[in-house]
Design a protein around this ligand. Structure first.
Ligand code: TRP
Length: 333
């Protein structure tokens, strides 16, 4: 029997991941892949993304870019099951079934639904409402034990557990009850211009606030040079120095140094040269990723092949559970 832990996570193909997604989540995804004790499954959740209106050509491109970026970051499509959610009909099938085991009241409480309804007041569709049920289906379909997520998805994972426990209490031991995984090295990256808030895609207030993984070296450097710092001149992590603290933790996340070590290294150096050095360290981290991404983007046949083959593998992996669930509820399967 395979006693490895199954790890499942997904990311929406809405715009390319930024440095915050990378240091906070994706770097962890890669280290989980390297662990002997884990089977990793990472999904491009394109079905979730149509809860908000999308341009089809753009959506298609973003899905490809995200998949290529997964690979460029070090995810190996032979080791890790990376695939498109819409390639696997069992997600939609299980999602429908689980909808019938989820209460309106539970979905009404979801803070992300409330936020998104405010933002997209002209398109509060049923998919947006039942979004967390599809997410639960993603996770439960593969019997995932651990789900790497950011704290914004905590409530959705709690709901997933509640649905699974409810279903199991009626039909027996069908689903694995998953746990959230926050990772050891996940760094909370804050905006370069607004270090009191998390670096985020929607925070488009100022362009220099966010570093895209595909920003050119000179752009990365200039964003770091313009990063907001704090009063004083000491390079030390502290709650009174959110700007410096953020830069230090970014530096440590990419170099693997400890904060204490970095503080020693930078003692006596000025803010200007510190910011340049952090920018340079990030440029070095991104250089091989960008090179690989560029090569992959030019290899259409390879990406097509990964999408097709891994779609098949995912269908295969999902089959056992969907058949089991259908039988349990009384369908012919
Ligand atoms: N809702 C998640 C997000 O927006 C993405 C997601 C979809 C997901 N299905 C998932 C994450 C399953 C983890 C597991 O970030």
């Amino acid at each position: 029997m395979d006693s490895k832990k199954i790890i499942f996570s997904g990311m929406q193909p809405t715009g390319l991941p930024h440095l915050g997604n990378y240091l906070g989540a994706l770097k962890n995804w890669v280290s989980l892949q390297e662990s002997e004790e884990c089977n990793t499954i990472y999904c491009v959740v394109d079905m979730h993304s149509i809860t908000v209106r999308q341009n089809p050509a753009e959506l298609r491109k973003r899905c490809r870019d995200l998949l290529a970026l997964y690979i460029a970051l070090g995810l190996d499509p032979e080791k890790t099951l990376i695939y498109y959610q819409s390639q696997v009909p069992a997600h939609a099938e299980l999602s429908w079934i689980l909808n019938c085991y989820t209460y309106m009241g539970e979905l009404n409480r979801m803070t992300q639904f409330k936020e998104k309804s405010l933002k997209h007041a002209d398109n509060i569709n049923a998919g947006l409402f039942s979004y967390p049920v599809l997410m639960a289906a993603d996770i439960l379909l593969y019997g995932a034990h651990l789900v790497p997520i950011g704290d914004d998805q905590k409530q959705h994972l709690e709901l997933c557990r509640d649905i699974a426990i409810r279903f199991n209490s009626i039909y027996g031991d069908v689903f694995v009850i998953p746990d959230a995984y926050y990772g050891k090295t996940g760094t909370r990256v804050m905006g370069l211009q607004e270090p009191s808030k998390k670096m985020s895609k929607s925070e488009m207030a100022s362009e220099g606030n966010l570093v895209s993984l595909l920003d050119k070296p000179e752009v990365v450097l200039s964003k770091f040079k313009k990063a907001v710092t704090d009063s004083g001149s000491e390079i030390k992590a502290s709650p009174e120095k959110p700007g410096i603290t953020n830069l230090l933790s970014i530096y440590c996340a990419v170099t693997g140094k400890s904060i204490e070590q970095a503080e020693v290294d930078f003692s006596g150096s000025g803010y200007g040269s510190f910011k340049t050095q952090v920018g340079e360290a990030v440029v070095e981290e991104l250089r091989p990723i960008q090179k690989k991404f560029k090569d992959l983007s030019e290899d259409k046949a390879y990406i097509d092949d990964v999408i097709r083959k891994n779609g098949e593998r995912a269908n295969e992996a999902a089959r056992k559970m969907i058949v089991k669930v259908k039988r349990k509820v009384g369908f012919f399967a």
